[in-house]
Design a binder for this molecule. Structure first.
Ligand code: ZN
Length: 309
């Protein structure tokens, strides 16, 4: 069994307009933009990263915004809900804040936790879940206070036609099966960061998801360093998974593999982090390009829409 997974690292989704996306995550949710770069595999599209002050693994929501991209449709075979943790007692503040911005939200509870479900600008399915701080602190630079601010991810809920094979994979990855509520089963990894839950929702009759704006592209799990990543890669390959070689993403190292339920998994290193090429005080402000695309800078600066905030 794998013992190196430390919870979530980041979640990457697709969006339409980059300015709408940026405004939502910074102004509405109060996160910090910690990196403005491009999709390393298709550099004519931004890759925007939002998180806590330094983009701590387990707090990082990232987007590929394709201007004009049609919205996807939620369904099975995808990450159904991306869940952020907020401090206990913070949900009334968020409900009020969303309402003031003309957004609707629904309060509820699952596994004994209070949650508020809402949609992002592209129909992204999100929830805020009241949680213990567990050493995490919200970014307050965008006007949301420490008593209410997003602490990082709580976890994610997958929507699957059949949850059995994904459940087995999570257990192989070091997650333990916890409670089941209705058609949702919780898995928890111990000894990691606070973004440590994955809920599997089984919906055999539901339609398959259609990828588009608001769809999660992949979900990344954290490992401490490159040595741990190589161990995990070997263990996955020994079990029959088809895993990519290690890819340098400048701020972390990545490997990817497709899971039985359809969700694309990544394993990403906690090293070297988002402050490797920018001062913490100015994180996410300048357009950063990886070395292999630096020669495209003049063209990309003209092509990519200006992000005004
Ligand atoms: Zn990724």
């Amino acid at each position: 069994m794998i013992t190196d997974i430390k919870g979530l690292h980041h979640v990457t989704s697709m969006a339409g307009d980059p300015n709408v996306n940026n405004a939502f995550f910074t102004d509405t949710l109060g996160l910090r933009r910690v990196k403005k770069t491009v999709n390393f595999d298709a550099p004519d599209v931004y890759h925007l990263y939002y998180g806590d002050e330094v983009g701590t693994p387990g707090s990082v929501m990232t987007y590929f915004p394709f201007p004009g991209m049609p919205k996807g449709a939620r369904g099975t075979g995808e990450v159904g809900v991306t869940e952020f943790a907020v401090p206990k007692g913070a949900l009334p503040y968020w409900q009020e804040r969303f309402s003031a911005k003309g957004m609707s939200s629904q309060s509820g509870s699952a596994f004994g936790e209070q949650r508020l479900s809402f949609e992002g600008p592209d129909g992204d399915a999100f929830a805020l879940v009241e949680s213990e701080e567990r050493g995490r602190e919200a970014w307050t630079g965008n006007g949301v206070g420490t008593a209410e601010g997003v602490l990082g991810f709580h976890g994610a809920r997958f929507a699957l036609r059949d949850a059995a094979a994904t459940g087995e994979l999570l257990e192989f990855m070091g997650y333990q099966k916890a409670e089941t509520e209705g058609n949702v089963t919780r898995y928890l990894v111990e000894g990691g960061n606070a973004a440590d839950t994955i809920d599997l929702e089984e919906a055999p009759g539901a339609p398959t998801a259609r990828q588009g704006g608001g769809s999660v592209h992949h979900i990344a799990f954290a490992v401490e360093d490159r040595a741990a990543q190589l161990r995990v890669r070997q263990q996955l390959m020994d079990t029959g998974y088809n895993v990519t070689p290690v890819i340098d993403r400048d701020y972390f190292w990545a490997i990817y593999f497709r899971t039985p339920g359809g969700v694309l998994f990544e394993i990403a290193t906690n090293e070297p982090g988002f402050d490797r090429d920018e001062d913490t005080a100015h994180l996410g402000e300048a357009l950063k390009l990886p070395t292999q695309h630096e020669h495209l800078r003049p063209k990309l600066e003209e092509l990519l829409p200006e992000i005004t905030a």
